[in-house]
Design a protein around this ligand. Structure first.
Ligand SMILES: Nc1ncnc2c1ncn2[C@@H]1O[C@H](COP(=O)(O)OP(=O)(O)OP(=O)(O)O)[C@@H](O)[C@H]1O
Ligand SMILES: [Mg+2]
Length: 670
């Protein structure tokens, strides 16, 4: 604690002592009112002790006055004015005001007790209640219950996010008994846990308002770099100016209005064969539901070959994803020639030629048509331009790991068709951060938090399972948001989806009807032992009805939340599972309740153009070769005798001519 804090506490302490010495009864009454408010979390509860205190004080004063009047019947009764200020002190008073002071103390304490009793009875979910039933201490029936603040204090901080404090950031989860809860799994967890979070919520449940924005603010308070998907562009306008004011560099990868944003080129981003393979795989796998089989492999092979060719044999301005579509429209013979020449002159690496030979050896027509369809997303000029940056003009993905920066990935409303682009983008993002961490002894110079809203729309990011299993030690936190768990299963398959979820120590449910999700959370919340009262009455004979009903209290098992209870949960409630902790029943916290909200609103931009100025440029494409009408029989022969339009699952061995061609390049086969 620094000296300023110690001095502040000392001054507050002395002032408190002085107040207690001067107005002991007043302090007692205020404490009773505050206690009632804190316990029941209702402002009205504070009025209970105050109103009852004042009421009893007046009643006692009147009673004492009456006694005095009766005592002095026939004589002169001394005047006794009300001394309200005197009630709050321990000064010597006349008997009527003394009685009033006693009434004030009794009323305040009685009011506090009444408010607490009401508050308790009204609580449905807290550390002592499950659906209003008292929790019993019976391990045989169940050991789960909701966490109270003492149960989680070893891994959370309370209060709004704040700057300049080691524990000022963390994961904002909501409110527990009115106090803001920020989980600190990596700083306070023993051993440290990753800061990965899985949030599940139906539409309109508050994913953006109650999770993404509060956590972006918390990340900024902790000085972390932030990567944020912004499904409607609204967060960029809201947060980017404030983050800039906090010293952040801001990048916008804008797939909604690509002209307003920074460019990035996956073709030039690839550094080695592994990255070219992952890139081509991500594009093809995410472009259609059918992501396996022979023809898909052919498409990946063809895309890899064309990426190699573009990187090696075309100027950087033409080496982008849209150019792949142009090359796919070239006659195969012309492409053949280009590959051969690029290889002979040493520009094309051997891997590029090998991929091309593999792709062209059979079924090339199918691969061309399949790949052309799958790359349809880059035919739109704005998207094509966005993915056509040249070095020096495109987003440096590792920059976020080096310094305080924020990247907003703006998505249009229906962004399902952009999965190939997004999956590639995030693949490279993680890879660059991993590369940087490897250079810096396994940890990023600046920790980075990913806040991935609408995570399902990002598609299947290659290697994501490994990333989420290993990112903690590098200082990477991944916090993703789903509408339902099925979305994760359909992108990654059941086993990988399970691994991804199990690597998230914090799982938050904000409401929604999805059956798989509610069943999952219900099971994970578990069962508590609670007292249950059952009533019984013998009604065999008519006169038995006059008997008193028997009430029997027993301890029973009770699910903290059944799936249908989760689906019908209060719209402002949330439940959270945190590793090594009891589950939390929370109230959602809207970002506007945070102290930073005022400044954020003041600085917010009205349009994206204010955050990311328009950057237009000409898109360069490879020139089309002269197209000659090739003699049909010869062309068929060149493709290994394949029948036009046929799709076969057996790989063709290629024609003699192909083999001659290979011999020319690599020498005769041994
Ligand atoms: N904690 C809260 N306090 C007050 N209002 C809230 C809270 N959470 C959400 N809301 C209200 O609900 C609205 C919808 O919230 P939000 O946009 O975050 O939902 P969403 O789950 O992100 O929806 P979508 O699926 O459309 O993206 C907000 O605009 C806000 O008015
Ligand atoms: Mg939203």
């Amino acid at each position: 604690m620094n000296k300023v804090k110690i001095a502040t506490f000392a001054v507050i302490g002395l002032a408190g002592l002085a107040l207690v010495a001067a107005l002991p009864v007043g302090v007692l009454v205020v404490a009773a009112a505050f206690g009632a408010y804190r316990y029941s979390r209702r402002a009205a509860a504070a009025l209970f002790p105050l109103a009852l205190g004042v009421g009893l004080a007046l009643a006692f004063w009147c009673a004492a006055d009456l006694v005095s009047t009766l005592k002095h019947l026939g004589g002169t009764k001394p005047a006794v004015p009300l001394d309200v200020a005197g009630w709050l002190t321990m000064d010597v008073l006349d008997p009527a005001n003394r009685a009033a002071r006693v009434g004030l103390v009794l009323g305040a304490l009685g009011g506090a007790v009444l408010a607490l009793a009401r508050g308790r009875g009204g609580e449905l979910h807290d550390e002592r209640h499950v659906h209003g039933l008292r929790v019993a201490d019976s391990a045989a029936k169940g050991t789960r219950r909701w966490a109270g603040d003492k149960d989680i204090s070893h891994v959370v901080e309370f209060g709004p996010p704040r700057m300049g404090d080691k524990f000022g950031g963390g994961i904002v989860l909501g409110r527990l008994k009115g106090r803001i809860v920020r989980a600190q799994p990596s700083l306070k967890g023993k051993p440290p846990l990753p800061g990965h979070v899985m949030v599940a919520a139906g539409t309109g449940a508050g994913k953006t308002y109650s999770f993404v924005v509060p956590n972006a603010i918390a990340a900024a308070c902790a000085g972390e770099s932030i990567v944020l998907t912004d499904p409607k562009g609204e967060l960029t306008c809201l947060l980017a100016p404030w983050l800039k004011a906090q010293g952040y560099d801001v990048y916008v990868f804008n797939l909604q209005y690509p002209e307003w944003g920074d460019r990035w080129n996956p073709v030039l981003e690839c550094r080695d064969d592994e990255e070219v393979t992952a890139f081509a795989t991500a594009i093809v796998h995410n472009a259609a539901k059918d992501s396996s089989g022979y023809f898909v492999m052919k498409e990946i092979q063809l895309l890899k070959a064309l990426v190699y060719l573009l990187r090696a044999d075309f100027p950087p301005e033409q080496a982008h994803l849209r150019s792949v579509l142009s090359l796919l429209a070239w006659p195969v013979e012309a492409l053949d020639e280009r590959f051969q020449e690029a290889y002979r002159t040493g520009r094309l690496p051997r891997e590029g030629l090998e991929e091309w030979r593999g792709a062209v050896s059979s079924n090339i027509d199918n691969a061309v048509s399949g790949l052309t369809a799958k790359l349809g997303v880059v035919r739109a000029e704005p998207v094509a331009k966005l993915l056509a940056g040249v070095p020096g003009q495109m987003i440096d993905l590792s920059a976020l790991g080096r310094k305080k920066a924020a990247l907003f990935c703006v998505l249009p409303v229906n962004s399902g068709h952009l999965k190939p682009v997004l999956a590639t983008f995030y693949y490279f993002f993680f890879r660059r951060l991993y590369g940087l961490a490897a250079e810096r002894r396994g940890r990023l110079p600046n920790p980075t938090r990913f806040l991935l809203d609408e995570f399902a729309n990002i598609g299947q990011v290659p290697g994501f399972v490994e990333v989420i299993s290993t990112a903690r030690s590098m200082g990477i936190q991944i916090q993703f948001i789903l509408q339902g768990l099925k979305q994760l299963q359909s992108n990654y398959g059941g086993n990988d989806a399970e691994t991804i979820i199990s690597n998230c120590p914090v799982r938050l449910f904000l409401g929604g009807d999805d059956r798989t999700t509610t069943t999952y959370f219900s099971q994970q919340l578990g069962e508590a032992a609670v007292y249950s009262v059952s009533e019984s009455r013998d009604v065999t004979m008519p006169w038995d009805r006059l008997d008193v009903t028997k009430r029997r209290e027993t301890v029973v098992r009770r699910a903290l939340m059944e799936p249908e209870e989760l689906a019908g949960m209060d719209s402002m409630s949330a439940v959270c599972l945190m590793r090594w902790c009891l589950p939390l029943y929370l109230t959602k916290l809207g970002w506007e309740e945070l102290p930073q909200a005022k400044e954020i609103k003041e600085l917010a931009a009205s349009t994206l153009a204010d955050v990311a100025p328009k950057k237009d440029f000409k898109l360069e494409l490879p020139e089309m070769p002269e197209i000659e009408e090739a003699p049909k029989p010869d062309r068929d022969r060149k493709r290994g005798g394949e029948k036009k339009g046929s799709r076969t699952d057996t790989a063709d061995t290629g024609g003699d001519e192909d083999r001659d061609w290979l011999d020319d390049l690599f020498g005769p086969a041994q």
